[in-house]
Write a protein that binds this ligand. Structure first.
Ligand code: ZN
Length: 307
């Protein structure tokens, strides 16, 4: 009897091992090269004079978008550059000089625009989830962002929304802007293949007048995050607001995507190595940041604002 069980067990183990081998044969890493998109036709619709919170003219442009996809789509989130500056990988960071900060402080502010609610959840639910996501980044101990939430004023926000004709404003409100939920049409504009698999996107808006801190990186004026209302959003289930807000806020705080994506041709699903909040597609609920996320965050923010 015992030998029979042992035999069965070894057959079972062997099957398990060979299944694993089969799987890894089918897995191919996915290319995530940035792409370029020309928004000049949108700019030409506006006599664009962006102004800061004090009404002072500031020359601003949308540098890039980083979007985040569903793992089931088999499509990986990518970076789309909108400014053809000859270097598609142009980096951008916030300026640690209060003279060039639009709100006159080096503290990191964020704002949650409740004008564009999620169809399937209450404002209380989505706002709390975004607050938890922001707190997770703020609680990383290497950095001192003095993060604070700006009170909701009811004003329309969103530079990119305004640019693309979805309401909004070209004015500065805060450093990291959660601009709310928009219909799929908005996401179709930022991906030539259509935006049906894009869950969320973060845009980087930069000053184009000069490199104020002379570090050869574009100076971030602020960042804007939008969520795709085409999906069934949930709290603690799929698609989880906090998970995606945390990912987008990572971009809001200057982090790029991280980890290699593999497509399993058997299941058609994506998975990542290593798994982290900054992986380029949704692969389940992730409300804690991983070591790689923390390392990325600290490499950007550990010395803020004394850089
Ligand atoms: Zn992303």
């Amino acid at each position: 009897m015992k030998t029979k069980i042992a035999l069965l067990l070894s057959v079972f183990l062997f099957t398990l091992i060979s299944c694993e081998n089969n799987n890894s044969d089918k897995q191919t890493p996915i290319d995530a090269e940035p792409i370029f998109m020309d928004l000049s036709s949108y700019y030409s619709q506006w006599n664009l004079k962006a102004t800061n919170g004090e009404g002072v003219p500031a020359n601003l442009r949308v540098l890039k978008a980083e979007y985040f996809t569903t793992g089931e789509s088999g499509k990986i989130g990518r970076t789309v550059f909108f400014m053809n500056v000859g270097n598609k990988k142009l980096a951008a960071d916030f300026v640690p000089d209060i003279n060039f900060s639009l709100d006159g402080t080096t503290d990191i502010s964020y704002y949650i625009d409740e004008n564009r609610p999620c169809s399937e959840l209450s404002l209380n639910e989505t706002t709390s989830a975004i607050q938890r996501a922001m707190a997770t980044w703020d609680n990383v101990s290497c950095s001192n962002l003095n993060m604070f939430q700006l009170p909701y004023t009811g004003e329309q926000t969103g530079f990119v929304a305004a640019l693309l004709g979805f309401g909004g404003s070209f004015n500065y409100f805060g450093d990291v802007m959660h601009c709310g939920w928009l219909p799929r049409d908005f996401f179709d504009i930022i991906d030539i293949d259509g935006g049906s698999y894009i869950l969320g996107v973060t845009f980087t808006i930069i000053f184009t007048d000069s490199d104020y801190d002379n570090n050869r990186k574009s100076d971030v004026a602020w960042r804007e995050i939008y969520y795709n209302d085409n999906f069934s959003w949930r709290i603690g289930d799929h698609y989880d607001v906090e998970t995606i807000a945390m990912h987008e806020s990572g971009h809001g705080l200057s982090q790029a995507h991280f980890g290699t994506a593999f497509l399993d041709s058997g299941t058609g699903k994506l998975h990542f190595s290593p798994r982290s909040a900054m992986n380029a597609a949704y692969s389940g609920i992730q409300t804690n940041i991983e070591k790689t996320d923390e390392a990325g965050h600290c490499s950007i923010w550990a010395n803020w604002p004394n850089q």
